[in-house]
Design a protein around this ligand. Structure first.
Ligand code: NAP
Length: 263
């Protein structure tokens, strides 16, 4: 029975990865910042990423660590904490990491860039920590999840006129399809960087927000807004896209039909 630790197992992606791993018969442990009720076949352990307390115990004797925990800007220190925990535990796991398509193509050139769009740079720094750690790894870059676009569309749609960043495009993919690929990687040997996975269509951000408004039956107007900075220009230039890796199956429209109710 494979012993697998999942970081970020409580997040959007993690909640799809964990049950898939449990169904393989693996012994699945999830590390979280707060206690969680068990019952989904995984064991939950608490750790503090800032101090490192509990992380090495969470790693324990894991054979595989699937690293999904992350946020906008702290991905590098979290990767550093994880590598330290693996060393402290004396473990030799296969580290499976999730990153993002185009991580090296969205540069941060100003404080505004970093605050608004520093995520890509933060993921790139995370990748470097893991690659240089000496721990055997596999790294999958995925494009934006449908779920993330939906969260953004819902938040923007609360405004009377819905702002949409001019020129931005995305290639959204179902997080569950990414979860399936991560499980495949977790059950295999370390492969280093593997081919990216991206959604089946390249769509404008404005078009996706319009699709959302139509799906919920909202007539609110959209208004293109120019987001300044190098990172925004990189989005407009398609730095976050991988049209040659459009392997995702579920379209944005199909996802909306499943997840959104017409009012
Ligand atoms: N969303 C996307 O479109 C997308 C695309 C490509 C790659 N990814 C990557 O996929 C991974 C999972 O994404 P997701 O959307 O599922 O993320 P999520 O739901 O926002 O968060 C994942 C988990 O990370 C932990 N976490 C969040 N902030 C933290 C912090 N500051 N310190 C320590 N732990 C923290 C939380 O677990 P606890 O609260 O239980 O500690 C959370 O449940 C991330 O690495 C993300 O970069 C996402």
């Amino acid at each position: 029975m494979a012993r697998i630790l999942v970081t970020g197992g409580t997040g959007h992606l993690g909640r799809l990865v964990v049950p898939r791993l449990v169904r393989t018969g693996a012994d699945v442990r999830v590390v979280s910042r707060s206690p969680h009720a068990e019952g989904d076949g995984a064991r939950y352990v608490v750790a503090d990423w800032a101090t490192g307390e509990g992380l090495a115990q969470a790693v324990g004797d894991a054979e595989v660590v699937v690293h999904l925990a992350g946020d906008q800007l702290h991905n590098e220190p979290m990767a550093t904490a994880l590598v330290r925990a693996v060393r402290d535990a004396g473990a030799e796991p296969h580290l499976v990491n999730i990153s993002v398509v185009g991580a090296e193509k969205v540069p941060v050139r100003s404080g505004f860039d970093r605050r608004a769009l520093g995520y890509m740079e933060s993921k790139l720094a995370q990748e470097r920590v893991l690659e240089e750690s000496g721990i055997p790894w596999s790294n999958l870059r995925a494009s934006q999840f449908h779920e993330l676009v939906l969260i953004a569309a819902r938040a923007l749609a609360k405004l009377p006129v819905v702002p949409t960043p001019s020129g931005w495009r995305a290639q959204p993919i179902a997080a569950d399809e990414v979860a399936a690929r991560l499980v495949e990687l977790a059950l295999g040997d370390p492969q280093g960087r593997v081919p990216d996975v991206a959604g089946p269509e390249v769509l404008t951000f404005r078009g996706m927000v319009r699709d959302y408004l139509d799906a919920v039956g909202s007539r609110r107007p959209t208004m293109p807004v120019r987001v300044p900075g190098a990172a925004s220009r990189a989005y407009a230039a398609g730095g976050n896209l991988a049209p040659d890796r459009a392997v995702g199956k579920q379209t944005w429209g199909e996802f909306l039909a499943e997840h959104v109710e017409h009012r």
